[in-house]
Design a protein around this ligand. Structure first.
Ligand code: SAM
Length: 287
């Protein structure tokens, strides 16, 4: 295959020299496609984040094939070997521990390297925790922001949290159970307790749980519990008109203070518009 080939004329899968990014379940082992199983059965080898995880799927569907480990600790040494194998005509499947390889896991590194070598990648779609949580949330889902795991460094983290606090689009975040409470408290600090949220725990599994409605309630829910399992957080975007309504009085007061301090109305409005993420005309409209 090359960039100009037509997908409607594909040969039987798997094809030689192709890297298959194979989506696997995020919990429920039945969430895997026939096409994915066929690829896992017939490729020359399967590169997996954790061979024990992948063996669970292989055993359930009676598939035996060569597995090699490919994870964040060995990716730099394994990538050149995988690229060489692809160039020699092998077909290789890459699977992560859960979901779609490349979404917050080492699948991202291998795709980048394989593409830069001019080799072809085919994705066999499957479950992804971010999208599964998003569509379960009932929040607007046709346009959204996926943040993955937030950075650990305080300054980078604060920057993203500030962006989330102003975002009109739905935001999706991955978090580990042991850091969930810390993140919820940060969200409270930056976004306020009223912001609508859904914490999805153990999606597709037996004890799947969706916890909402707003940040205050979710904090209260998890406060007395040891959080366990896999967590994805979905936050509804802000409604700027509502913010304007809620803050109308404080913004009006700030405007008056700035004018009393000697600023002109346009200068004070410009300053407050920038500070509150609003248009200058919206500040004018307040008076
Ligand atoms: N590649 C995966 C995907 O497509 O979703 C994500 C891999 S990332 C290393 C793992 C994170 O995904 C977890 O820490 C959690 O935030 C989220 N996740 C995975 N499975 C989940 C599940 N069953 N329920 C909720 N969140 C899940």
């Amino acid at each position: 295959m090359n960039n100009n080939s037509s997908l409607s004329h594909r040969k039987e899968e798997p094809e030689n020299g192709i890297l298959y990014i194979v989506g696997t379940p995020i919990g429920n082992l039945n969430d895997i496609s026939e096409r994915a199983l066929n690829i896992l059965k017939k490729v020359s080898l399967v590169a997996c984040e954790d061979t024990r995880q992948t063996k669970k799927i292989m055993n359930k569907f009676n598939i035996s094939n060569k597995l090699i480990s490919f994870n964040k600790h060995n990716s730099s040494s394994k990538i050149p070997i995988i690229v060489k194998d692809l160039k020699e005509g092998k077909s290789i499947a890459i699977v992560s521990d859960a979901g779609l390889p490349g979404i917050c896991d080492p699948g991202e590194d291998i795709s980048k390297s394989v593409k830069s070598e001019g080799l072809d990648i085919i994705c066999i779609p499957g479950a992804c925790a971010a999208v599964t949580a998003l569509v379960s949330s009932g929040f607007p889902s046709s346009s959204f922001v996926f943040e993955g795991f937030l950075p650990r460094k305080e300054i980078d983290r604060a920057k993203i949290l500030l962006e989330i606090s102003k975002n009109e689009k739905t935001t999706i975040i991955y978090e580990s159970p042991k850091r969930l409470k810390k993140l919820l408290n940060e969200l409270l600090e930056f976004c306020g307790g009223d912001r609508e949220i859904m914490v999805a725990r153990e999606l597709t599994k037996k004890f799947e749980e969706h916890v909402g409605e707003n940040i205050n309630e979710v904090i209260e829910f998890f406060n007395s519990k040891d959080v366990m399992g896999e967590i994805t957080i979905v936050l509804k975007g802000i409604n700027k008109n509502r913010v304007l309504h809620l803050d109308k009085f404080s913004i009006k007061k700030d405007l008056q203070d700035l004018i009393n301090a000697g600023l002109s109305l346009p200068a004070a409005s410009k300053y407050l518009a920038k500070k509150n993420g609003l248009k200058k005309s919206e500040i004018y409209n307040l008076i």
